[in-house]
Design a protein around this ligand. Structure first.
Ligand code: 13P
Length: 340
């Protein structure tokens, strides 16, 4: 595998493949395990993630890379094989979440700033040695128009941090996934999501340019343009696709090799149908694929429920979602295939 940043980035968004976001922090994975009645211990977290990485059908055919949490990149499978080696054996690229989470932004109630820049150069050096060839940093932008959220300060500080992170990654030979997530939790309409995402991405690409980040060696991980969950409005896949592509054509440079969406709380099938509709209206100057956490893992988590006898069923559920999203990344998904 080539070590050039642009080759790694191109492999991350290769045709019909996308990224498995398995980098839930200890707090988030506990929430997911609580929902299926499984205690969150170092061993259950390992068993669960090992199950995913040993899902050969999904991993070999539809998954280009896996985002890991710090604990996981150091863990070994039950038989002693490092989990990173399991991933590499399938042909997928190991990646690592390096941000330290979103914290309240002082002076701006409702806004957050993602932390984790201090000591990042040294951490990246270690992660490289542990096998990571790409990284992820998630900035979180909430929308609450009545409260003036997000402030221009929140957008500005978060994208500045993303640019500093991206430059450090490239220095370390690691491709940065640049993730400015505009949340879909609010009650805003799709036009507001478009405006806020546009303001964020415009500023982001200005900061990346100023930080001398080579766009060819990056992957963008954005939200789709979609109405907030509390708006009471459901957008059709065609609407989501039209707004999303209109925006990206306006603000994402063609030098960016690929865009890998987060699922952000969309249902499994919604995330797939929307990605499919986005690709169906191509051609586009960038690859458009998935970097899903929840929309790839909800089904296998439920099928597994912490029981060894359910491992095969969980792997089948994961492979099914991976295949559906792999097809959507080529605009070849059809609703009828969901039942197959
Ligand atoms: P979701 O697909 O569950 O939004 O998670 C993707 C992710 O990695 C968010 O940072």
């Amino acid at each position: 595998m080539s070590e050039r940043l642009e080759d790694i980035a191109a492999a991350m968004v290769a045709d019909g493949r996308g990224i498995l976001a398995a980098d839930e922090s200890s707090g988030t994975i506990k929430k997911r395990f609580d929902a299926i009645g499984v205690p969150s211990t170092e061993e259950t977290r390992r068993d669960y993630r090992e199950l995913l990485f040993r899902s050969t059908e999904a991993m070999k055919n539809y998954i280009s890379g896996v985002i890991l949490f710090d604990e996981t990149i150091r863990q070994k499978a039950a038989d002693g094989t490092p989990l990173v080696d399991l991933i590499k054996a399938t042909g997928a690229i190991p990646g690592i979440k390096v941000d330290k989470g979103a914290k309240p932004l002082a002076g701006f109630p409702g806004d957050t700033i993602t932390e984790g820049l201090d000591g990042l150069r040294e951490r990246l050096e270690e992660y490289y040695k542990l096998g990571a060839r790409f990284a992820k940093w998630r900035a979180v932008i909430d929308i609450d128009v009545a409260k003036g959220v997000p402030s221009a300060t929140a957008i500005g500080s978060n994208v500045h941090a993303l640019a500093r992170y991206a430059a450090l990654c490239q220095e370390a030979g690691i491709v940065p996934i640049v993730e400015p997530e505009v949340l879909m939790d609010g009650s805003h309409d799709i036009a507001t999501c478009y405006e806020v995402t546009k303001a964020t991405l415009l500023k982001l690409y200005g900061e990346l340019y100023a930080a001398r980040v080579k766009l060819e060696g990056t992957v963008l991980k954005p939200n789709m343009v979609i109405a907030g969950k509390k708006s009471g409005k459901a957008n059709s896949p065609e609407e989501v696709a039209e707004w999303t592509i209109k925006l990206f054509r306006e603000v994402v440079p063609a030098a960016v090799p690929g865009i890998a969406f987060l699922s952000g709380g969309q249902s499994d099938e919604e995330a797939t149908a929307n990605l499919n509709a986005i690709n169906a209206i191509g051609p586009h100057p960038w690859k458009l694929t998935f970097s899903y956490g929840r929309a790839l893992q909800a089904a296998p988590q439920k099928a597994w429920s912490g029981k060894a006898e359910n491992v095969a069923a969980a792997q089948a559920a994961f492979s099914h979602r991976a295949r559906m999203n792999g097809l959507a990344a080529k605009g070849q998904w059809k609703n009828e295939l969901e039942a197959a």
